[in-house]
Write a protein that binds this ligand. Structure first.
Ligand code: UDP
Length: 319
């Protein structure tokens, strides 16, 4: 197959490129590199199976040849208040990637009769009142809060995707991605995994926001990619959660990273939680388990060990 991946130079997009090329497909990456990096795909540029287009997904997409599938993964995704590439610093670009970008990507799928998958997010559930979150939960999102630029863009993107399915018969899929981590997250991404690992490797205390009692459930990127490929190949039009249900508090998570890196500097509590920062998050993955026969396999310890090794290399390269 020939597959268009928007955001293919990003963290998740670049792992998808690797998998698809290994499986014998050819990949066209469309990315404007505001949050992605050519470093993530530099090992692919010599293969005939890979092509890169430096373009904003919010601008009209004209491809040289038809494609069989479109995977729409372009968007800033970090809620950090300070990271330069976080969506709070790029509010309009984030809304455009979710709205105009999704429209353009669906337009390509419609034009070529290609299947389409939208990278959606657990953020559609907002600060959830139902726990764990299953796909039938409608969410608790402030439509004008600071995080809404991401949450509402993705909710609109889901609605648009379903409209293209119902109106034009485009074969669409929607993956709701929960917290994912692994190699190729940017050092300055500002999310909890790069922050904690970089702080630990530098022997600094880990900055736990609030009292650290908020929870997240972290999925290693290889498990996520398995789930996305299975969903893409299925006929499942309804949104589907892909994530790891192993839930930890942020304080437990910090302690785990300190122990794996042998960092003795401990943790420091900081009053830096963003408005709307969910207090709890854990995917109900029964749909994916039942209909895709998917579940994650990589333990938090294994995944973190691999991710720590990646950041160790990156940090020594940057010194
Ligand atoms: N967080 C933290 N310290 C950091 C960065 C994040 O305690 O240095 C917390 C943040 O407040 C949130 C959780 O970790 O409760 C996960 O945040 P992240 O930015 O990774 O993404 P989110 O899951 O909120 O989308």
């Amino acid at each position: 197959m020939r597959i268009l991946i928007t955001g293919g130079a990003g963290f998740i997009g670049s792992h998808l490129c690797d998998r698809l090329i290994t499986d014998g497909h050819s990949v066209i990456v469309l990315d404007n590199l505001i949050t992605g990096s050519t470093d993530n795909v530099s090992h692919l540029t010599d293969t005939k199976m890979f092509r890169f287009i430096n373009q904003n997904v919010a601008d009209y997409i004209e491809l040289p040849k038809p494609v069989d599938a479109v995977m729409h993964f372009a968007s800033p995704a970090s809620p950090s208040q300070t990271a330069p590439n976080g969506y709070l610093q790029l509010p309009i670009q984030t809304l455009k990637a979710g709205a105009l970008g999704t429209l353009n990507a669906l337009g390509v799928a419609k034009r070529y009769g290609a299947r389409f998958i939208l990278a959606s997010t657990s953020e559609v559930y907002g600060d959830p009142l139902v726990h764990p979150q299953n796909e039938n939960y409608w969410g608790n999102v402030d439509p004008v809060g600071p995080r809404s630029v991401y949450d509402e863009a993705k909710r609109f993107a889901e609605s648009l995707t379903m409209a293209y399915n119902r109106t034009h018969g485009v074969r669409t899929r929607i993956v709701r991605i929960f917290n994912t981590y692994g190699p190729r997250m940017a050092l300055n991404d500002g999310r909890v995994v790069p922050n904690f690992i970089c702080q630990a490797l530098k022997g600094k205390p880990l900055t736990v926001y609030g009292d650290g009692s908020q929870t997240r459930s972290f999925c290693y990127v290889d498990d996520l990619v398995d789930g996305i490929i299975l969903l893409m190949s299925s006929e499942l039009t309804e949104p589907t959660n892909i994530g790891n249900p192993h839930e930890v508090t942020i304080l437990e998570f910090a302690n785990k990273i300190n122990s794996l890196t042998k960092n003795a500097a401990g943790t420091i509590l900081e009053d830096k939680r963003t408005t709307g920062d969910p207090q709890q998050r854990k995917p109900d993955i029964s749909r994916a388990e039942k209909l895709l026969s998917w579940k994650p396999h990589i333990t938090l310890e294994d995944g973190l060990t691999r991710t720590i090794a990646y950041f160790k290399n990156k940090l020594s390269d940057s010194m």
